[in-house]
Design a protein. Structure first.
Length: 159
């Protein structure tokens, strides 16, 4: 420790510190240590480029660079989405609300099946005959909630 105080840091000490901070970044969540590690690498480059730089000057440079890097990270990081925000990810059924489908089986006792693109989905709604046109009005897990489509008031009536 006395040699560090008397002789100062050698440039590669900063690089080792930067590497250790990057390892800490990998082992912990977030992106905080990466920026401090970058400040250590830049300080090491400055110590290598300017051999006469005092150890106190290196420490002040490191502290200022670390503060600037972390401040820039807070300023320019992407805004986080709220965890409770419902974005519909992995909920394909929500993406089809409003689409018209054709029943491939009768809706009996409120449950039937309808074709959606290249697959058949379970649907719930009023009892209707196979072949009837329905509109998706909601979802319940992987089940689509449907209502009959009425064109000019004469099609899609419940049976």
């Amino acid at each position: 420790m006395d040699s560090l105080i008397n002789d100062g840091f050698i440039f590669w000490h900063w690089w080792v510190l930067g590497f250790l901070l990057l390892v800490a970044e990998v082992l912990t969540p977030g992106t905080f240590f990466m920026w401090i590690g970058a400040a250590a690498f830049v300080t090491g480059i400055a110590a290598w480029a300017v051999p006469g730089l005092s150890w106190a000057g290196e420490i002040v440079m490191f502290a200022l660079l670390a503060l600037a890097a972390v401040g820039a990270w807070f300023r320019f990081r992407p805004l986080r989405r709220s965890d409770d925000e419902d974005n519909g990810l992995n909920q394909r059924g929500r993406q089809v609300i409003g689409r018209e489908l054709t029943l491939v089986s009768d809706i009996e006792n409120g449950v039937g099946q309808a074709r959606l693109d290249d697959s058949v989905w379970r649907v719930t709604g009023p009892d209707l005959a196979s072949g009837a046109r329905v509109r998706v009005v909601g979802t319940d897990g992987a089940t689509l909630k449907v209502k009959p489509v009425t064109h000019h008031g004469n099609a899609g009536h419940a049976h």
